[in-house]
Design a protein. Structure first.
Length: 248
């Protein structure tokens, strides 16, 4: 992936990692369209950052995704990059009956949302001279967190989906890249901005942009902090990392 001169749709880029990467791509010389559910937030982002555009959509609603596709491709026929960024992370206790609702909402947002986005945009992107789809997983795709079983499962599923998507598109102009963040200082799960164990957001975004620039043919973008999780099984310390994450 070249990191400048693209037209990028950030689907779910209104906060945290999504917003930070949207701003980095914008500063790198890309046209960026941020899409999300909250109009007020989107309007504020566009007002604060000249040149960034926005669209309102609901990642859990396939009809809304189809409208997003029609609108963005009509306004930007040069669109060549999709970042499927939307995600929620909520704790679950399996013995709590209410946790099923959390699990279902997590699957709808984190798994069905990106899959529907890919189905909507890929035929269009495959007609471009060069294009990129970026999915966002997590270190928890490789070693799950017991407090968030469905979140971890959806990220593992998106990793698997990304691998097969890349293979299916190998003879097209579409490059498929997985970004796998470690624990990062965002508000994804409450107020995690002061978590000393989490990677500072600006450091994570800087390392991601550096890796995209220096490894343009990479299938995965893995910052150093996530490699312990990513390679835990291969390195033989999966149980150690799992137990540590479980807090016992």
């Amino acid at each position: 992936m070249k990191i400048t001169g693209n037209t990028i749709l950030m689907a779910g880029g209104t906060s945290g990692i999504g917003l930070e990467l949207a701003l980095r791509f914008h500063r790198a010389g890309n046209k960026v369209i941020v899409a999300g559910r909250r109009r007020e937030t989107l309007e504020a982002i566009a007002a604060e950052h000249d040149g960034i555009e926005y669209e309102v959509f609901d990642v859990t609603d396939n009809a809304s995704i189809r409208r997003l596709f029609e609108t963005v491709t009509a306004k930007h026929p040069e669109l060549d990059t999709l970042v499927a960024m939307a995600g929620i992370m909520r704790p679950e206790r399996i013995l709590d009956p209410e946790s099923l609702t959390t699990a279902e909402e997590t699957v709808a947002t984190n798994l069905l949302g990106p899959i529907r986005l890919v189905h909507a945009f890929t035929p269009f992107l495959a007609r471009q001279p060069a294009a990129t789809i970026l999915t966002v997983t997590s270190g928890l795709a490789y070693v799950p967190l017991t407090a968030t079983p469905t979140y971890s499962a959806t990220k593992a599923a998106i990793h698997s989906y990304t691998e097969t998507l890349r293979e299916q598109l190998r003879d097209t102009p579409v490059q498929v890249i997985e970004i796998a963040p470690p624990l990062t200082r965002t508000r994804l799960m409450g107020d995690g901005t002061d978590n000393d164990r989490a990677m500072p957001l600006d450091e994570f975004a800087s390392e991601v942009m550096e890796l995209l620039e220096t490894e343009p043919d990479a299938n995965q973008i893995l910052v150093e902090r996530v490699k312990r999780q990513r390679w835990a099984e291969a390195n033989g310390n999966y149980d150690e990392v799992f137990t540590l994450q479980a807090g016992r």
